[in-house]
Design a binder for this molecule. Structure first.
Ligand SMILES: [Zn+2]
Length: 466
């Protein structure tokens, strides 16, 4: 898909779908090109790397020829590099030239060095994936073991410097209001003793509606003049942004009106996102997960492995259930949103939860997000997802991380905050569950099912609790 328009006339290189694809923080994952539920996946593989490199003094720009939205014209890439170099370093470096070449490992190493030095602009995420891994992503494919492991890692990653539950509750009280905080906490406590006045769904809807007003989806507009900017590529974030904010890349946007480039570091920590109010689904899904955990809701991070992420919270008393929450859409309990309103019926959706007993659990929740009358997901795809999940679980220490143990399908999984060491609480939860519910086994990370005597039922299928 060629994009030969020169910079001044270039529109945003990605339309809405492209931004959706860029939503994951720091992600360079493939865009899902699958259409509505009726069609299967038509994989489009990028052919062996053909790189386009522009040079200006010490700096280079890298583009992967053939990647949609990436410049595949030397002049256009040169202009992007010069716009970035001038804005970042205050002057245009001399010695510009550009050339096309084939991707060779030695060149990749050299470019990685340039990246580390902050002298490389990488035009697109596929090119970035190639730079870091030496491989081209394959589009429209089910998640691989590596993809599942990466998502597991994100959920597991709890750096000590991350905002604490206390800090997040205090933030909510201050910004959203003490009354609102009390109502949210009361609605969570109604898991234990339900009251008419504290419905978690109502409270969560109100909170996330407020959240979206204050944390709008960042479309890359210029913060000085609000004009739509040109996406030039990604560059290395500053040391602070990397260490404190967990950012792996910084997107570079150029504003023609102001003639400057601005940076959008893809933070993976809560604090910088609270400070900047800038994010897409990556930043906001992480923030939503942490808010829910701080409020005491069991929560999990949901990845469709096609460029979008959201969360789920365990709500309601009695046979509780996982409820869909999308902070970018202020959507609560609207799992068919993607299929019905976005026209993108998901083919693979996995939910990741950091829990007390299991380091991280993974559950295939695809069916939740597909209309009842949707055509079945092609067998080949479901099988690949199942295999990737199984292999990822094995790779993540099969012995200590995922012991098989008893739990209770009627009792909400322990919230992550309880996971941080309240043994008494865990003990009480365990004894309560054994009194109230049938014994079930928890298999490594994924599914709860009843003992064979009662028939095998997966959590989420017909007949199980949901
Ligand atoms: Zn501007």
């Amino acid at each position: 898909m060629a994009n030969r328009r020169r910079l001044p006339r270039r529109r945003r290189p990605w339309g809405l779908w492209g931004l959706w694809g860029l939503g994951l923080l720091g992600a360079f994952g493939p865009l899902d090109i699958a259409g509505p539920c009726l069609s299967g996946v038509e994989p489009t593989r990028l052919e062996p790397v053909s790189l386009l490199v522009a040079v200006a003094g010490k700096s280079k720009a890298l583009s992967l020829a053939g990647e949609p939205g990436c410049p595949d014209d030397a002049g256009e890439l040169q202009e992007a590099l010069e716009a970035w170099a001038t804005a970042s370093h205050g002057r245009l470096e001399k010695g510009s030239s550009s050339y096309r070449m084939l991707g060779i490992e030695v060149e990749r190493k050299k470019m990685n060095k340039l990246w580390e030095e902050g002298h490389l602009l990488v035009s697109c995420y596929d090119a970035f994936a190639w730079l870091r891994t030496g491989r081209c992503p394959v589009h429209g494919q089910p998640p691989s073991t590596e993809d599942v492991l990466r998502s597991m890692g994100r959920v597991l990653e709890r750096p000590p410097a991350e905002a604490s539950d206390d800090e997040l509750r205090a933030w909510i009280g201050r910004e959203y209001g003490e009354d609102g905080l009390k109502r949210l906490l009361a609605s969570q406590e109604s898991l234990e003793s339900p009251t008419e006045s504290a419905s978690p769904l109502v409270e969560l809807k109100e909170f996330f509606t407020w959240f979206r007003r204050n944390f709008p989806y960042y479309h890359g507009h210029c913060e000085r003049c609000m004009r739509v900017t040109h996406f030039l590529g990604v560059a290395r974030p500053s040391d602070d942004e990397r260490q404190e904010g967990g950012a792996g890349v910084s997107e570079v946007n150029f504003c023609e009106g102001c003639n400057v480039s601005s940076l959008f570091p893809r933070f993976r920590r809560v604090r910088p996102v609270l400070d900047t109010h800038r994010g897409r689904c990556g930043e906001y899904s992480w923030l939503a997960l942490r808010f829910l955990e701080a409020l005491g809701f069991p929560a999990r991070w949901v990845d469709n492995h096609a460029g979008h992420a959201w969360v789920e919270a365990w709500v309601e008393n009695r046979c509780g259930r996982w409820v869909h929450i999308d902070p970018c859409e202020a959507a609560v309990d609207e799992p068919l949103l993607y299929a019905e309103q976005w026209g993108r019926c998901p083919l693979h959706v996995l939910a990741y939860q950091a829990t007390a007993e299991l380091a991280v659990s993974v559950e295939d929740v695809t069916s939740t997000y597909r209309p009842a009358d949707a055509e079945a997901v092609p067998e080949e795809i479901s099988q690949k997802v199942t295999e990737a999940v199984a292999e990822a679980r094995m790779k993540l220490d099969p012995w200590s991380s995922f012991p098989t143990q008893s739990s209770c399908i009627d009792t909400p999984p322990a919230p992550h905050s309880a996971a941080r060491g309240n043994k008494e609480e865990k003990r009480r939860a365990a004894s309560k569950s054994s009194k109230k519910c049938d014994r079930v086994s928890v298999w490594p990370g994924q599914v709860w099912w009843l003992e064979p005597a009662q028939g095998v039922k997966t959590f989420g299928q017909e007949g199980a609790v949901r």
